[in-house]
Design a protein around this ligand. Structure first.
Ligand SMILES: Cc1cc2nc3c(=O)[nH]c(=O)nc-3n(C[C@H](O)[C@H](O)[C@H](O)COP(=O)(O)OP(=O)(O)OC[C@H]3O[C@@H](n4cnc5c(N)ncnc54)[C@H](O)[C@@H]3O)c2cc1C
Length: 298
């Protein structure tokens, strides 16, 4: 039996991919979603800032979204990691566990992977006591003491923002040397600067410094760099856009990439990340894909 050719294969069945699938399912298009279930926010037990779902477990939001999308009979789900993606004469082929799946259009909603600073005790506290997004997790710290761990001078932005959520200490950790102007703007925002390097994070969010002192915080923030969670965009030779902490797939306003017929949405294709933005992006990509299926030349 020959493989069916789906209208769209969506790699990544989290907020962005499911939002696109919802649009396509509602247009009665044949969609295959491939997902390996490693959402970026899987380390956090609460998600904030997405209207109607504020404070809900991010796994619950994703599961509800999936259940609603799978009500559409033309949408199918395959669990697992898509290994390769390539262009064919008729469209695209994606392999999973050695099997080829074919489609006329391809959507990458594969997200990104955070590259955490190598500080003992940080990784196991990621999403629990160490965060990157103040809007997502700042409010719940109840105006307690906040530590910002510098990764480079880009962390200045973080340090200057966080006083709105609580008294802030900027832990330079040998990442850069603030100049006089930077020190002045930190002082203007009431930020305390700590120059003794970090040895480890212990307890809830206690920082043991090289000079032996221990500073206790309600929460810590660190601006992690990120990379693509999947090499599919590189395999296809898509163009990227350089951002301050990582590159994202370049798209046009309807989320089509540099390769006609391949779309990208969510964290993989936008520098600002949130569940709400991923859902909005997926909604755009779904409409863009539908338009491309109706009026495109391939
Ligand atoms: C610790 C933490 C806490 C956060 N908290 C919040 C918050 O409170 N509020 C908020 O709005 N945002 C929060 N975010 C940001 C939020 O997680 C992302 O913006 C959001 O998950 C992006 O959705 P997405 O669908 O683009 O990608 P993701 O949710 O990361 O999903 C990508 C999906 O693609 C799958 N995938 C990737 N490659 C493949 C492949 N080759 N084959 C098959 N499947 C693949 C992954 O397994 C995953 O299921 C947080 C992020 C982190 C790191």
């Amino acid at each position: 039996m020959t493989n069916p050719v789906h209208d769209v294969i969506i790699v990544g069945g989290s907020y962005a991919g499911l939002s696109a699938a919802l649009q396509l399912g509602r247009a009665r298009r044949d969609v295959l979603i491939i997902d390996e279930g490693k959402r970026r926010n899987r380390f956090a037990s609460h998600s904030h800032g997405f209207l109607t779902q504020d404070g809900v477990d991010p796994a619950v939001i994703a599961a509800e979204a999936r259940a609603q999308v799978m009500e559409y009979k033309t949408v199918d789900w395959l669990a697992g990691r898509a290994e390769t993606a390539e262009r064919t004469d008729e469209g695209f082929a994606v392999t999973l566990a050695g099997k080829r799946h074919l489609s006329r259009r391809l959507l990458l909603a594969t997200g990104v992977r955070d590259i955490l600073p190598e500080i003992a005790g940080l990784e196991e506290r990621w999403g629990k006591a160490v965060f990157h997004c103040p809007y997502c997790h700042g409010y719940e710290l109840n105006q307690g003491q906040i530590g910002v761990i510098a990764g480079s001078d880009l962390s200045m932005h973080h340090a200057l923002m966080l006083p709105d959520w609580g008294p802030t200490t900027f832990l330079i950790n040998d990442a850069f040397e603030p100049d006089a102007e930077q020190l002045q703007s930190l002082a203007a925002r009431g930020v305390r600067v700590e120059t003794s390097p970090i040895r480890e994070i212990t307890g809830h969010a206690d920082i043991r410094l090289a000079d032996g002192r221990i500073l206790s915080f309600a929460g810590l923030f660190s601006l992690a760099r990120f990379e693509m969670a999947s090499p599919l965009a590189q395999q296809l030779g898509l163009q990227f856009e350089e951002g301050p902490v990582g590159s994202v797939i370049k798209t046009d306003p309807m989320k089509e990439t540099s390769m006609p017929g391949v779309f990208a949405c969510g964290d993989a294709a936008r520098p600002m990340a949130s569940v709400a933005l991923a859902v909005g992006d997926g909604n755009l990509a779904g409409a863009g894909l539908h338009r491309s299926l109706m009026f495109g030349s391939i």
